[in-house]
Ligand binder design. Structure first.
Ligand code: NCD
Ligand code: ZN
Length: 451
C-alpha cells in the first residue's frame, strides 16, 4: 500500500511507555499501521525522527482565538498558526466572542467563519447563559463539543445563569453525554475585595491577586461540584489556581464523581511575586498566586487530581495589557505557543515524566472531551496527529517571535530545553522547526457521544 506519510526511527511515547524500533504509517488522515522500522517503503512523504520523540498530537483544551468579534486581539488564522508553531495539533476554542457562542445560529456562523483558516483541528466550547439553558440539546446537535459556564465575571461579560439555572443546565447537559467546564470564581466575594482595595487607593498589580482570593475560587468550585453531582453531569474545572481548589476536586474524585480539572503553565511556573517584575501583563483570571498554591497544583498533577495542562491562551492588544492602573488592564495573555517547550523543560528538569506529560496534554483531554481514541493516542485507527519533539534542543522564548496577533507574554526571555520540531495534523505536516509549512487544513472534530 502507498502511504501518505511514514514517520521513521523515532521513539514513540504513550502514557505507559517509551519505545523505539517501530515506524508509523498514515493513510487518509488515520494511522494505518505501526510496525518494525523499515517495514514501510512506499510513502509520499517521510519524516526521519531519529533522536526525537513522537508524541500523540498535543491538545490545548482552553484557548481564546477571539473569532468572531475580537479579531484585533487574535483570529482563528493567527491563533491556530501559533498553536501549530508551538506543537499543538488540536484546540478547544472558548465562546466569549461577539456575539457569544451560545446559540445554534452563532455556533454555525462561527464554524463557517473559521473553517478555511485553521491550521490545527478544533472543538468548540459553547457558553450557557441564563436564557439559553433550553437550547442545550440543539447546541449539542449543532456540534458543541463542551459547554461552559462563566461563574465569575471576565472578558466579554458572559453572564452566568443563577444557581437554579445552573442546576437545570447540568441536568440538560447530562442528557447529551457532554461535559460542562466552569470558570469558577465567585462574583460577590470578588466585588467585596475589589471595592475595598479601590477605596484604599490601590492600583498596583498585586491588588488584582488580592481582589480574587482563593476563597472566591474555592466557593465556586464547591458549588459547581455540588450542583453537577446532584444532576449527575460530567464537570470540568477550568484553570484551577488554588490549594483549596485542589483539595475540593481531590475529594470529589475520591467520592467517585466524574470531575476533571486543568491548570496552566503560568500557575505552575510563576508566582505572584513575579508580577512585581513584569507588572500588569501577568494579570489573568483567576490570578497567579503564591508559591504555596503552585506547589499544591504540582501535587495535584502528580497524584492525578489535575489531569490536564491547558493554557487559557487569551491575547489582548498592547494598549489593553500595558497600564499603570491594574484595574484597567485586560486579564489574560498568550500561551498556546509556549506551553510545549515550557512543559518539556519541566520534563528535562525531572519534575514529571514525558509519559505523564503525554497523559496530561493528549490522552486525558481527549478522553474528557469525547475525542478519544480518535485524538489523544498513537494507535491504528486514530487520527495521524503527532507532536515530534527534540528533548535536547534549547531555546529562549521571545515574545517578538511568537505567531499570535498579540504576543505579550510573562515568559519572555525564559530559557527552555525541549522543543517541538514537527506538528502533524491528520497526516499533514503543518509545522517544521517552529514555522508553518503547508496549508490550513484544520477541521472541526465532532464529539463522540453515546445518547
Ligand atoms: C480570558 C479572556 O481574555 O478571554 N481571560 C482570562 O483572564 N482568563 C477569559 C477567561 O477565560 O476567563
Ligand atoms: Zn476562564
Amino acid at each position: 500500500m502507498k502511504f501518505d506519510l511514514v514517520i521513521r526511527n523515532g521513539r514513540i511515547v504513550s502514557p505507559q511507555r517509551t519505545y523505539a524500533g517501530d515506524d508509523i504509517a498514515v493513510k487518509d488522515g488515520k494511522i494505518a499501521a505501526i510496525d518494525r522500522s523499515g517495514s514501510f517503503s512506499d510513502s509520499k512523504k517521510t519524516i526521519d525522527a531519529a533522536g526525537k520523540y513522537i508524541l500523540p498530537g498535543i491538545i490545548d483544551a482552553h484557548v481564546h482565538f477571539r473569532e468572531p468579534g475580537y479579531e484585533y486581539k487574535e483570529d482563528f488564522g493567527t491563533g491556530s498558526t501559533a498553536a501549530a508553531c508551538g506543537g499543538v495539533t488540536t484546540v478547544m476554542d472558548m465562546p466569549n466572542n461577539l456575539p457569544f457562542c451560545s446559540t445554534p445560529a452563532a455556533l454555525k456562523e462561527k464554524l463557517r467563519k473559521i473553517k478555511s483558516k485553521a491550521y490545527v483541528d478544533y472543538g468548540l466550547v459553547v457558553a450557557i447563559v441564563g436564557e439559553t439553558v433550553e437550547l442545550i440539546p440543539a447546541l449539542a446537535r449543532a456540534g458543541a463539543n463542551v459547554f461552559k459556564i462563566f461563574m465569575g465575571s471576565t472578558v466579554g461579560g458572559v453572564p452566568a445563569p443563577d444557581d437554579g439555572g445552573m442546576l437545570r443546565a447540568f441536568e440538560r447537559v447530562r442528557e447529551t453525554g457532554l461535559r460542562v467546564g466552569v470558570h469558577a470564581e465567585n462574583n460577590p466575594i470578588m466585588d467585596y475585595f475589589t471595592t475595598k482595595l479601590k477605596a484604599a487607593g490601590r492600583t498596583d498589580p498585586l491588588a488584582h491577586v488580592e481582589a480574587r482570593p482563593a476563597v472566591a475560587e474555592a466557593e465556586a468550585v464547591q458549588r459547581a461540584i455540588l450542583l453537577a453531582r446532584t444532576a449527575g453531569c460530567r464537570l470540568h474545572i477550568c484553570h484551577l489556581s488554588s490549594r483549596e481548589g485542589v483539595v475540593l476536586v481531590r475529594a470529589a474524585r475520591a467520592g467517585g464523581m466524574d470531575v476533571s480539572a486543568e491548570t496552566g503553565p503560568h500557575y505552575l511556573l510563576l508566582d505572584e511575586n513575579y508580577m512585581k517584575k513584569v507588572g500588569g501583563i501577568m494579570k489573568i483570571n483567576p490570578p497567579v498566586r503564591s508559591r504555596d498554591h503552585a506547589e499544591a497544583l504540582w501535587q495535584g498533577i502528580l497524584d492525578g487530581t489535575i489531569g490536564m495542562i491547558d493554557t487559557d491562551h487569551s491575547p489582548h492588544s498592547r494598549e489593553e495589557k500595558f497600564n499603570d492602573d491594574i484595574w484597567k488592564v485586560s486579564p489574560g495573555f498568550v500561551g498556546v505557543e509556549t506551553t510545549v517547550p515550557l512543559m518539556l523543560t519541566q520534563v528535562n528538569a525531572g519534575r514529571l515524566s514525558l509519559n505523564h506529560y503525554v497523559k496530561l496534554a493528549a490522552e486525558n483531554p481527549a478522553r474528557a472531551f469525547n475525542l478519544y481514541p480518535r485524538k489523544g493516542a498513537i494507535a491504528v485507527g486514530s487520527d495521524g496527529d503527532f507532536t515530534i519533539v527534540d528533548l535536547d534542543r534549547e531555546g529562549t522564548i521571545d515574545g517578538n517571535k511568537l505567531h499570535s496577533r498579540n504576543t505579550v507574554t510573562p515568559f519572555d526571555g525564559w530559557k527552555v530545553k525541549g522543543m517541538p520540531v514537527y506538528a502533524v495534523v491528520r497526516g499533514n505536516i503543518v509545522m517544521k522547526d517552529g514555522e508553518i509549512v503547508g496549508r490550513p487544513k484544520g477541521r472541526h472534530i465532532k464529539a463522540i457521544v453515546r445518547f
